[in-house]
Ligand binder design. Structure first.
Ligand code: AMP
Ligand code: ZN
Length: 463
C-alpha cells in the first residue's frame, strides 16, 4: 500500500518513495541534554516513533540516527547568548559531562516509559568533533565559509537560494532588529559553524582556528552525512527547528556536497499547556515524571497524543489525561474480551478493518483516524480471538502494550514464584546488556528444568 507524507520542503503531501527499496534512512534531531525533557519534547518523540513503526508495518527495515546534543548550543536561535550546557553546569555545580550524562539517562528512561523504540544509531556530538571539524574545513575550502575574529561563518550569499525550507523573507528581516549586527559578518543571516572560545570557556577543542567549539547546526550535518550518507530519506524534528536549525543544516549540506540532505522533511507541531506555551515563568512545564507521579500509566499520555494529528497543535490538560487513562483501560479490556471470546468472524471483516487502519496510518500518520478503526474493533459485538489478534497487530504501530497485563497473568499462572524471580532478574540483565549474567541465569533456569527461548518478541519460558 502506498504511503503519503507531508513534506515541509515542498509544502505538499507526497507519495513516499525511499531511495533504497527495502531500507529507509531517517535522521531525527535529538535532545539537548542540559535540562529535563518535557512532555512537549516527548510529543515529538512519539510522533517519530509512530513514523518508525508505520514504516516497519509496511515492511521496511530502518536505519535511523538520532543525535544527542551534549555540547550546548547557544541560548537563543541566533548566535548570541550564553552556552546552555555551561549555564546548567554552573547552576547545578557539575561538570558539563556530568550534566549531559544525567539528562541523557533521564531522556532514555522517558523513551522506555513511553515504549518508544531507540533509533538504530544514537550519536553524541562530543564523540564527533573531528567529523564536524572536517566538515567545516571543507566548507571553508569550497568558499562557503569565512573566518572572522570570533568565529567561522557560513556565507549564505554563496547559495543559489536561502532560505528554502521556511517562509522567512530575508529582505523583510531587518538586520539588527533582533540581534546586534556583527560588523564582520558578510550577511546578517550568516550563521556560526565554529566558534572561537573565550579564555574561560570550558568545552573547547583544538582546531585550525585555535581553541574553539562547534556551532549548533554542524553536528547534525556531520553525523547525518557520516551515518546515513550525503542524502537520505527522511529528516524529522519539532516545528520550531524549521526556520533556523533545519534551514541551516540544508545550507551546510548544499555547500558541502550540493545536496539537500533529506528528501522528506517532517515536523511535529507543538504541545500546548492549557492553551498556551509551556514555560518556566508560568510554572507549567510538565515532565513525564509528573504524569507518572500522579498515578497515571505514562502510556496514557502516548494515547492522549493520538487524539490529534501530529501536524496539529495539541492542548494538554489533566482532564484529558484522566480521559486517556480510562480509554487505555477500555482498550486493554476490549482486547481481553475478544481474546476470551468464542464467536466466529469472517476473514473479510478482519481484512476490511486492517485495510482501513493501514490506509489511515499510511495517510501521513493519521492517528485520530486509525484510532477510530481501533475503537470499532474493540466495540464490535462479536467477541472473537481474531479481533484480539488484529488489535495486537495494530499495537505494533500504537505501541501501547495492550497485552502486557494478560501476558504477565498467563506467565504467573504457569510458573512458580522462584522461577518468575529468576526470569525477571534475567530480563533486567538483558536490558542492561549484561550477557554474562543473563547466560548464568539461563543455566540456572535450565538446571531447574525450564527451557529459555529468546526471540524478537521477548523471552519465553517452557517447562
Ligand atoms: P529542545 O530540547 O528544546 O531543543 O527540543 C527537542 C525537540 O523537542 C525539538 O524537536 C523540539 O522541536 C521539540 N519540542 C520542544 N518543545 C516542544 C513542544 N512543546 N511540543 C512539541 N515538541 C516540542
Ligand atoms: Zn539537528
Amino acid at each position: 500500500m502506498d504511503i503519503y507524507f507531508y513534506n515541509t520542503l515542498t509544502r505538499k503531501k507526497e507519495k513516499f518513495e525511499p531511495i533504497e527499496k527495502s531500507e529507509v534512512r531517517i535522521y531525527s534531531c535529538g535532545p539537548t541534554v542540559y535540562k529535563d525533557a518535557t512532555i512537549g519534547n516527548m510529543r515529538t518523540n512519539i510522533f517519530q516513533d509512530v513514523l518508525r513503526r508505520t514504516l516497519k508495518y509496511n515492511g521496511y527495515k530502518l536505519k535511523h540516527a538520532m543525535n544527542i546534543t551534549d555540547v550546548g548550543h547557544l541560548v537563543s536561535d541566533g548566535d548570541e547568548g550564553e552556552d546552555k550546557m555551561l549555564k546548567s553546569a554552573r547552576e547545578e555545580n557539575k561538570s558539563p559531562e556530568e550534566i549531559a550524562a544525567h539528562y541523557t539517562k533521564l531522556f532514555f528512561e522517558d523513551l522506555k516509559n513511553l515504549n518508544l523504540e531507540v533509533p538504530e544509531i544514537v550519536c553524541k556530538a562530543t564523540d564527533h568533533i573531528q567529523d564536524m571539524l572536517k566538515y567545516v574545513e571543507k566548507l571553508v575550502e569550497k568558499g562557503f565559509a569565512y573566518e572572522t575574529s570570533t568565529a567561522i561563518y557560513f556565507d549564505i550569499s554563496k547559495l543559489d537560494k536561502y532560505p528554502i525550507l521556511s517562509n522567512l523573507n530575508i529582505e523583510d528581516q531587518k538586520a539588527g532588529a533582533r540581534v546586534e549586527v556583527d560588523k564582520e559578518k558578510r550577511n546578517p543571516q550568516d550563521f556560526a559553524l565554529w566558534i572561537k572560545a573565550p579564555e574561560n570557556h570550558i568545552m573547547k577543542w583544538d582546531s585550525p582556528w585555535g581553541k574553539s567549539y562547534p556551532g549548533w547546526h554542524i553536528e547534525c550535518s556531520a553525523m547525518g552525512q557520516k551515518y546515513l550518507g550525503e542524502q537520505f530519506d527522511i529528516h524529522t524534528g519539532g516545528i520550531d527547528l524549521i526556520p533556523t536549525h533545519h534551514e541551516n543544516e540544508i545550507a551546510q549540506s548544499k555547500g558541502y556536497c550540493g545536496k539537500i540532505p533529506a528528501r522528506y522533511w517532517m515536523h511535529g507541531e507543538y504541545l500546548l499547556i492549557d492553551g498556551g506555551k509551556m514555560s518556566k515563568s508560568l510554572g507549567n512545564v510538565y515532565l513525564l515524571k509528573d504524569i507518572i507521579n500522579k498515578g497515571y500509566d505514562p502510556l496514557s499520555y502516548k494515547l492522549f497524543t493520538y487524539s490529534s494529528h501530529y501536524r496539529n497543535k495539541l492542548n494538554f490538560t489533566w482532564d484529558a489525561i484522566e480521559g486517556a487513562s480510562k480509554s487505555l483501560e477500555r482498550l486493554k479490556n476490549g482486547y481481553k474480551m475478544h481474546k476470551e471470546g468464542k464467536e466466529e468472524v469472517e476473514e473479510e471483516v478482519i481484512k476490511e478493518y486492517e485495510e482501513r487502519f493501514h490506509k489511515a496510518i499510511n495517510d501521513d500518520l493519521n492517528m485520530p483516524l486509525s484510532m477510530g478503526v481501533v475503537w470499532e474493533v474493540v466495540r464490535n459485538e462479536k467477541k472473537s480471538p481474531k479481533f484480539a489478534k488484529l488489535l495486537l497487530k495494530f499495537d505494533e504501530v500504537l505501541g501501547l502494550k495492550i497485552d502486557e497485563e494478560i501476558k504477565k497473568d498467563e506467565l504467573k499462572e504457569e510458573l512458580p514464584e522462584e522461577i518468575l524471580k529468576l526470569v525477571e532478574e534475567r530480563n533486567e540483565a538483558r536490558k542492561n546488556k549484561d550477557w554474562a549474567k543473563s547466560d548464568e541465569l539461563r543455566d540456572i533456569l535450565q538446571e531447574k528444568g525450564y527451557k529459555v527461548i529468546d526471540s524478537k518478541e521477548g523471552t519465553k519460558i517452557e517447562k
